[in-house]
Design a protein around this ligand. Structure first.
Ligand code: IPE
Ligand code: IPE
Ligand code: MG
Length: 236
């Protein structure tokens, strides 16, 4: 097996943004943009595998997205369910391990929770790519939930440290993000993976998510490979 290029990001996180604008530009309903985003999602998964990325995390629905019109929220819930149903076997054959992060509260329908559990169970032995879908996810909610779980464990305040908080996050195995990609010309995190993004490199493009392809991911990685990461230190 060829040696992995050490500068390939181990973990890429994507803020899949711009579906609504993509549709509006064409005089279509916003949900048509979401539908087109499915193709880009698979471009991202296949691109990540081709590049040798180990972890890919995508922002599918934020804790703030409940503010959207009820019809759009309903569509997004059904659409996520539908994608998993239709494509989990394909992802499984590709060697993708499907994982989820997010708050499992009363707003997430049981049917979708069951679907997520089914997809995770089906693919749990796969090794090619750890593909995490962030659904009903908020970075602040995750940290608040971690603190709640830490306190419930009975730990004393003087023992609390960063490693301990990290062990109580939704997925304690998820590594820090090396590269965050956001489409649609917006320059913000929108509450995505706040803990894991602390030292990630950011790559932004005006391309709207439905137009995103594996070539964009390759460009982002090439850019990443030119950057010096110092983590607060000095370059050797
Ligand atoms: C991203 O596209 C998808 C989700 C947030 C679910 P948007 O729906 O945010 O598209 P814009 O930003 O309105 O164009
Ligand atoms: C972030 O996009 C959430 C997802 C991609 C799921 P938004 O479109 O919701 O973010 P804002 O509102 O532009 O910050
Ligand atoms: Mg948006």
């Amino acid at each position: 097996m060829p040696k992995r290029n050490p500068t390939v990001p181990k973990h890429i996180a994507c803020v899949m943004d711009g579906n609504g604008r993509w549709a509006e530009q064409r005089g279509l309903a916003r949900i048509e943009g979401h539908k087109m985003g499915e193709h880009s999602l698979f471009e991202a998964v296949e691109g990540a595998i081709e590049l040798g990325v180990e972890w890919l995390t995508v922002y599918a629905f934020s804790t703030e997205n409940w503010k959207r019109p009820p019809d759009e929220v309903k569509f997004l819930i059904g659409f996520n369910d539908d994608i998993l149903l239709r494509r989990q076997d394909e992802l499984n054959e590709m060697g993708v391990q499907i994982r989820f992060v997010g708050r499992n509260d009363w707003r997430v329908p049981k049917r979708l929770v069951n679907r997520m559990n089914e997809a995770s169970a089906l693919t749990k032995g796969n090794k090619k790519l750890k593909f995490t879908i962030a659904f009903n996810y908020g970075g602040r909610a995750e940290i608040a939930d971690a603190v709640k779980s830490l306190m419930a464990s009975g730990v004393s305040a003087d023992k609390v440290n960063e490693r301990m908080i990290a062990r109580h996050l939704y997925d304690p195995d998820m590594p820090e993000v090396d590269l965050m990609i956001r489409t649609s010309g917006e320059f913000r995190t929108s509450n995505f993976l706040l803990w894991h993004l602390a030292y990630s490199e950011m790559w932004f493009t005006d391309t709207l998510w439905p137009d995103f392809t594996r070539a964009h991911m390759a460009d982002a990685v090439a850019d990443f490979q030119q950057r010096g990461r110092r983590y607060g230190g000095v370059t050797a």
